[in-house]
Design a protein. Sequence first.
Lengths: 289, 294
Amino acid sequence: MKNNNASVIQKDRSRKIRFPSLLLYLFLGIYAIIQVYPLIWLFLFSFKNNNEIFGGNAMGIPQVWRISNYLTVLTSGNVAVYLMNSVIVTAVTILISTILITTSAYSIVRLHWKMSKVFLTYILLGLMVPIHATLLPLFIILRNLNLLNSYLSLILPYVVFALPMGVFIMVGFLKSIPKELEESACLDGCGIYKTFYYIVVPLLKPAIATVAIFTFLSSWNELMFANTFINSERLKTLTVGIMSLSGQQGTQWGSIGAGLVIATVPTLLIYFLLSDQLQKSMIAGAVKG
Amino acid sequence: MEKLMKDKKAIFLFAFPTFLLFTVIVVLPIFFSLYYSTLQWDGFSKAISVGFSNYVNLFVNNTDGFSQSVINSLILALISVCIQLPISLLLAIILSRGIKKERFFRTVYFIPVIISTVVIGQLWMKIYNEDYGILNTVLRSLGLGSLANSWLANPSTALGSVFVAMLWQYVGYHMLLMYASAKSISPDIYEAARIDGASEAKMAFRITIPLMKPILSVCVVFAVTGSFKAFDLIYVMTGGGPMHSTDVPTTLMYTTIFSRYQYGYGSAMAIFIIIECLVCTVIIQKLFSKNADY
């Protein structure tokens, strides 16, 4: 199928498109500008100071590239701390959710037990649940466990809300890989855990990447839980921290802009490095029938 | 092999942690919410059971603007189906028909989707800024200064302004899903149509769109339920204000619970959101499967 598609693209290119292509490119180009111009504008004003912005150069190239804006938010503001917290929470979330997703998907597809189908349906029900409906009960549970204001209060829900989608993708992938390798490992005397770790996990790498990207985006950008479960300055993640930035930095547009850019760079980096893989993850997550 | 795969201990170790966490963090809270929704409770003092009266209060003699917030989210759902999805569809069809720089455009259109809603919200607040935002600057330079406005502070423009930002962010997402589906249509069909003399537009309407029905139904479900669940961008940009003009059920739920401490009443809103999403999902899928006889 893939090769098929690729050859079509080639053919189409050589054939030239029939409808007025100049107009078409104009439309695509204008739309591309609509989609990225606000971000370019953000990048530009993150280097300006208020005098420049308010003095008439709100939209152009900065007269001086003030890197000091970035140094200010990183040192005087707490942006470095927020960044650190986001990295910790997201990394631990990805690690734990990947372990839970691979093991439980493996138990559903390969291990023999009566309730495995029911278990899968049960987990997939989670795809239908809006996170808002769990907010207050989770808040109360975490309060009673004294877990509010800890990394765990974010990691736990992030991990669990990543499970349904992850299990869905992983089960689909596991079904598509043949059993023979595991069987031969088994004949060679490998136990179940060794087979899983040395044979299965390496085969699952593409699916793990898909799931990890998905989990990264949802936990890195999550706002509602982060805003509710954490109120200590030291533990805030980037999303919440950035929201309070306008308070801290007053009306210094440049510094606020710099903070926004810092929050965006990690996602953009990952996007440009892995854009095809990332787009595949988003498609895999949507096509659940 | 058989014996190995029936290892009870392994099954328990592999499946139970997921089961336990999922049950405690997703399933139990839903039941808690259901229970809370029948209480009058501020979270600290003793709860009083009030039956269904919280649900009745959502719509009868309502004073906090819940009905208006539901209408707002319905408007959002409507414009995202009628404006956002057609734009995405148009872009997806053009890109999928093999055009130069296809990958470049696809990558660019998708950028806003991956950026944090907080960043997007803060950025659009600057765009809408009364004195120095892009929007008013452009309007003034075009000699349309009279149209310049404090977009988010004015109750009559706030809702529209927030919606534009929301639509803008997710066009690329729907575009990508539709693009992937359009790309998987067999080229032979187009070849045959072309031999029969069909134009590109005719092919789009007679071949591409009908064959994309399954993904279109997914996109409509996402657009509608996404509108009912929308929270982040509105919370960041206006917090539901000014004067409730941009409130949707989720933002109202949030302030009801965490600013007014009406835990029971807020939980009734949460349950309403779940039911609203489920009902709409079922209806939309029914509608699409009814005329899927292509």
